[in-house]
Design a protein around this ligand. Structure first.
Ligand code: SF4
Length: 417
């Protein structure tokens, strides 16, 4: 039986784990008796276009601009297969990210030209930045801004159309477990992605998370522990990567989850993003370690209290030092990210950050990302020269100081190697 909706994840994009947004959408729609089919075109092409692999995760605008034409000219059958697959499918869903936006929109236009009667639904985080009204694109496509499940269901059931903004699920625990049944897991890395919450409790000024989600919601710790158990049994994979904004938004919640992982003897390895907390829960770092956490990613962004305040990070550099020291004491590996050239950052602030990192190089295990500041909310977002100069200066310092850093920065603007 033909599916009612065909969900496509276009390239280029993340290749280590299956796309969670599409997986969640599929699970929700199937629960609502909507037949679905998923096509992760991103992973198919990444595996197929061997010569292009190096550029897949780099921020290379030219590559992004040319990719569709390249695929259509050299690997025409890939696009043709999609056009054949969707021939009798009335609804097409496409996930829009910053990096795959050009490819996605060209494909959407092509589908619309070939099949004017199909309903095309475009969702994903980059819809936030599209000038949908100005470009009159709303006439051609349906747009979902924010969470997708309710909006896509309503479009398919004929209840809504056009631009749908922020229709959010109230209880995440009503969702069926993720099972990744339509993804060929051998094409990805050795990790499965998980999402225990949506939204963020913080409101850092440079971040889009709070524009993407209206409210912060979490699964219960028991739901997540049972979801892990389910995937462990199904695939025997015991590596998990939480894709939450923050895994420690609620420290009590995290403590419960760690205890469940330990008491259920799940023996997993997990990683997540975490925020610096002013008042870390005593003993929590040890529990996190015991439950199998092998890596945490933490957005320090700056060690200048002035810049941290401008960013609205909600902590000062002393809090960060105390927090990092606790993680270090519990023998937890963590990596931090930094932003250089944030508006208001002066040379002294920059030096303060550099000095903090050098002084605490025995406490901070690794620098994960060095980002020259980009204001994605402005119409013409560009990296300022000042931001780039500082980012490169910082990289030369960490090289001299032999401070470990991630060589290929994911979603980053520069390459340290
Ligand atoms: S803590 Fe992270 S996800 Fe949350 S608002 Fe700040 S930068 Fe965004």
């Amino acid at each position: 039986m033909e599916p009612l909706v065909y969900l496509i994840n276009c390239p280029p994009g993340w290749i280590k784990t299956p796309p969670l947004g599409i997986e969640y959408l599929q699970k929700y729609l199937e629960k609502e008796n909507v037949r679905t089919r998923v096509n992760d075109l991103n992973i198919t092409l990444y595996r197929g276009l061997k010569a292009e692999k190096k550029r897949w995760l780099a921020l290379d605008r030219k590559f992004e601009e040319n990719l569709f034409n390249y695929v259509e000219s050299k690997h025409h059958y890939v696009i043709q297969e999609i056009m054949d697959d969707i021939r009798f499918v009335p609804f097409i869903g496409l996930s829009l990210y910053k990096r795959n936006s050009i490819f996605t929109l060209i494909l959407a236009e092509k589908i619309k030209r070939a099949y004017p009667d199909k309903t095309i639904i475009i969702g994903g985080p980059h819809t936030l930045f599209m000038k949908i009204q100005k470009k009159k694109m709303s006439e051609k496509f349906n747009w979902v801004i924010g969470e997708g499940e309710i909006a896509v269901r309503d479009i398919i059931k004929g209840k809504r159309k056009g631009i749908i903004v922020h229709e959010e699920l109230k209880s995440l625990d009503n969702l069926p477990f993720l099972d990744f049944k339509d993804f060929n897991l051998s094409l990805y890395g050795s990790f499965l992605p998980l999402l225990s919450s949506r939204g963020c409790i913080k409101k850092c000024r440079f971040c889009a998370e709070n524009r993407l989600y209206k409210s912060f919601r979490q699964h219960s710790p028991l739901y997540i522990a049972e979801q892990i158990e389910f995937l462990l049994k199904k695939y025997g994979i015991n590596n998990f990567s939480f894709q939450d904004s923050l895994i420690n938004a609620d420290q009590g919640w995290l403590e419960q989850l760690c205890r469940l992982i330990i008491t259920k003897n799940l023996r997993i390895n997990w990683e997540a993003q975490m925020a610096v907390r002013k008042h870390p829960s005593p003993g929590l770092a040890g529990l996190i370690k015991k439950s199998g956490c092998f890596n945490l990613f933490i957005g320090l962004e700056s060690a200048s209290d002035k810049v941290l305040k401008l960013m609205d990070k909600g902590f000062i550099n002393r809090d960060a030092f105390n927090f990092f020291s606790q993680l270090k004491k519990a023998d937890l590996h963590f990596e931090i990210s930094l932003i250089f050239g944030y508006p208001g950052e002066e040379e002294d602030d920059f030096r303060e950050t550099v000095d903090f990192i050098v002084k605490n190089k025995k406490v901070i295990p690794k620098i994960a990302q060095v980002n020259p500041f980009v204001d994605y909310f402005s119409d013409d977002y560009r990296i300022s020269e000042q931001s780039l100069i500082r980012a490169f200066k910082f990289i030369s310092v960490i090289r001299e100081e032999r401070i470990p850093y991630t060589k290929s920065f994911i979603n980053n603007l520069i390459y340290a190697d």
